[in-house]
Design a protein around this ligand. Structure first.
Ligand code: NAP
Length: 334
């Protein structure tokens, strides 16, 4: 089966049809997907897998995927894949950057607005039948316009968030390890600051860093205590960037005012204390979940997989250093 592909979870039918037009496809058409043991078994004899972020492609799993040439990941964050392990075994890995920036940035704003203006709480209040009269302080919240927005991780999505902030007349501060060029800072009307200043100054702090060893738990008790008591924290990046227990304490003891969270440390489990916080808006990892964008990311992953199988360099390689040796192995095998 030289062109066999494993699709590890349910996806859009047109993407599966597209793959089937070019390759033999073993399709796991469920939302549950596969356990590690099942992944290993089903990857046997496949040249590529089209994976999603709930697939745990650890070093141990990858070590047992003999003959696999490519992991085409659906999505931009690939913290579920041990990239050094894949690289060491000469496996190409691709992701789908760029196409989901606007959709995810829209959602970061949805969470900022929902948390600041208590949209979920107000909706639950109306549905519960508790609304008896209008009052001057009923569901009173915080303004977003003309406030300071801090962006931790000013990459593709962070920059899309900054562009939206202009429409709300916000002052934008950001922190990255590498400062943007003056031209881009100027276009975005954004100012680089150190992380401590970002935490201290932000009325809204929106997280857009990838999950890696440098960012895991980079927002913990000390960071939360350094924020304003009126601040709102929004996370559409990855849950483990924030220490969830510390955040639950920060919200219940009002070290900060509120949070909008799309991602969690142990999805789909949520820290029980967080579930008690009425000042947190919680959503089930749907930052990129618009019909159009989710369709696009599955098609791009499919295109990456098929490119490799056809001996063409996949456009979105995460480990491009593998490509030269991969291509020569492919040519020699013909
Ligand atoms: P990106 O373009 O790579 O941007 C990430 C930014 O974070 C870069 O500017 C990087 O700059 C910065 N960064 C990395 N490590 C840092 C650190 N230790 N301290 C400060 N800044 C750091 O990534 P993206 O496409 O914007 O995506 C960001 C993340 O969003 C993804 O990795 C994914 O996990 C998440 N995401 C979630 C959803 C969802 O559904 N909720 C949807 C899409 C994406 P430097 O390297 O210069 O520091």
């Amino acid at each position: 089966m030289p062109n066999a592909i494993l699709v590890t979870k349910r996806m859009f039918p047109e993407t599966v049809t597209f793959l089937q037009q070019h390759a033999e496809v073993d399709y796991e058409a469920t939302d549950d997907g596969l356990t590690s043991a099942e992944l290993i078994a089903r990857a046997r004899g496949k040249r590529a897998i089209v994976s999603q972020f709930t697939d745990s492609l650890s070093k141990e799993v990858i070590a047992q995927m003999d003959g696999l040439g490519m992991i085409a990941h659906v999505g931009v964050g690939y913290d579920n894949i041990d990239i050094p392990a894949a690289t060491a075994r000469g496996i190409l890995v691709s992701n789908t950057p760029g196409v989901l920036d606007d959709t995810t940035a829209d959602f970061a704003f949805a969470l900022m607005l929902a948390a600041a203006r208590r949209v979920s709480e107000a909706d639950a209040f109306v549905r519960s039948g508790k609304w008896q009269r209008w009052g001057i302080e009923l569901m009173i919240g915080l303004d977003i316009h003309h406030r300071t927005l801090g962006i931790l991780g000013m990459g593709r999505i962070g920059q899309a968030v900054a562009r939206r902030a202009a429409g709300f007349s916000m002052r934008v501060l950001y922190h990255n390890r590498t400062r943007l060029t003056p031209e881009i800072e100027n276009q975005l009307q954004a100012t680089w600051v150190g992380k401590d200043e970002l935490l201290r100054e932000s009325d809204f702090l929106s997280i857009h860093v990838p999950l890696n060893a440098t960012t895991r738990h980079s927002i913990g008790e000390a960071e939360l205590r350094s924020m304003k008591p009126t601040a709102i924290l929004v996370n559409t990046a990855r849950g483990p960037v924030i220490e969830e227990a510390a955040l639950a304490q920060a919200l219940s003891e009002r070290w900060i005012a509120a949070a909008g969270l799309d991602v969690f440390e142990r999805e789909p489990q949520i820290h029980p204390a967080l579930l008690e916080c009425t000042n947190a808006v919680l959503t089930p990892h749907i930052g990129s979940a618009s019909i159009e964008t989710r369709r696009k990311i599955t098609m791009i992953a499919a295109e990456n997989a098929l490119a490799a199988l056809a001996g063409r360099r996949p456009p979105n390689l995460v480990n491009p250093e593998v490509w030269d040796s991969w291509a020569s192995r492919q040519a020699a095998a013909k």
